[in-house]
Design a protein around this ligand. Structure first.
Ligand SMILES: [Zn+2]
Ligand SMILES: [Zn+2]
Length: 361
């Protein structure tokens, strides 16, 4: 094999043994022929990955390889025991894909439910009830899938394990691998007389609801996980999880940026020039007075420390940033206009003689 072993594993030349092992674990799973039954190149990719690992995981072999010497591992794949040992040393007794395949495959599915809340509820937390449709345990058979009065039987093919060890002949000899038992579809049980209510699944679909405690500081798109509240698992296996995805309704008063809030404050010409006491709304309700000093420029920002959004799962709050939005009058009555003209005369500002008025007032 002419390939560079480091490149094959996708690790740096100074990668430590743990990195090499991790890379192999990932690549071996991805390229194993069992995981790629329709890909004829999987076997050679897997072989390359295994060879690279066999060399780089052994300090002496790696040293020789780094020096450019030939490293002979010719018998790696011809000896079933050797190769099985190698896999076991990396993946443990459970094999390449884990021994919990049976449970993993049968665990109830996760459920994702959106919930819409106000910005203030997102900031300060709330309780919400969500409704969704998901599997629950079948009452008729108490979840075991067998018709009342009958019992599931242990699968004789796999002795109830749900999986079987099989020796596969491959281009590099025999390999042991774990495959789900096809007699019982990996459940470890045979149901001679299926429950009529759930057709042997052990679960039925149902309308459900859950109460969700939404913590302070969540934002749009935050997903909360409620363990074990998803779909019930088939035949008594573990339930999936419920994920509640937060959607925050827009609030016309505030724009949120992480833990900070932005509020546009409309300020008149005279107010900006002379100063005034502004009233700013607060997210938790109520208002706060804000002193806008004389001579405030458009676009000025006033920071109200600690009036923003609480940090999710931590202490402290962000700030409320008040942006001065200078409002230039578009309609003036004659008295206002003459005052402004008098003002312009005093400051020496050149202004238009007449004012184009809109036809409709
Ligand atoms: Zn049932
Ligand atoms: Zn079986």
């Amino acid at each position: 094999m002419a390939s560079d072993y480091y490149e094959v594993l996708g690790v740096a030349r100074d990668a430590d043994p743990e990195e090499i092992k991790k890379a192999f674990r990932r690549l071996a799973r991805a390229s194993h022929p069992d995981a790629n039954p329709d890909d004829p190149t999987a076997e050679s990719r897997f072989r390359e990955v295994a060879e690279a690992y066999e060399v780089l995981s052994d300090p002496q072999r790696r040293q020789r390889y780094d020096r450019g010497d030939r490293v002979d591992i010719g018998d790696l794949f011809s000896n079933l025991g050797t190769f099985d040992d190698l896999l076991r040393s990396v993946f443990g007794d459970s094999g390449l894909f884990g021994g919990t395949r049976r449970q993993a495959g049968q665990r109830g599915r996760d459920v994702l439910v959106p919930v819409e809340i106000d910005l203030s509820d997102a900031a300060f937390g709330t309780n919400s009830s969500v409704e969704f449709r998901a599997a629950v345990r079948c009452d008729t058979c108490s979840g075991n899938g067998a018709a009342p009065g009958t019992d599931p039987e242990t699968c004789a093919n796999c002795s109830g394990a749900g999986s079987v060890r099989v020796a596969r002949r491959t281009m590099f000899g025999s390999m042991m691998s774990i495959a789900p038992c096809d007699r019982c579809s990996g459940t470890g049980e045979i149901i001679p007389d299926p429950c009529h209510n759930c057709r042997g699944r052990g679960v039925v679909d149902s309308e459900r609801s859950a109460n969700v405690e939404i913590p302070p500081g969540v934002s749009d798109g935050t997903r909360l996980r409620i363990t074990g509240q998803g779909e019930a698992g088939a035949r008594g296996t573990a339930a999936g999880d419920l994920y509640v995805e937060i959607r925050v309704r827009p609030d016309s008063r505030f724009e949120r940026d992480g833990i900070n809030l932005h509020h546009p404050l409309r300020v008149g010409l005279a107010q900006a020039a002379l100063g005034f006491e502004a009233v700013v709304p607060l997210l938790e309700g109520g208002e706060m007075e804000l002193d806008i000093p004389a001579g405030t420029q458009p676009g000025s920002v006033f920071r109200l420390a600690g009036e923003g959004v609480p940090r999710l799962g931590r202490r402290g709050r962000g700030d409320l940033l008040v942006h001065v939005d200078l409002v230039v009058p578009t309609r003036l009555d004659s008295e206002q206009e003459s005052s402004l003209r008098a003002y312009a005369e005093l400051t020496g500002e050149a202004v238009a003689k007449g004012r184009r008025r809109r036809k409709v007032r």
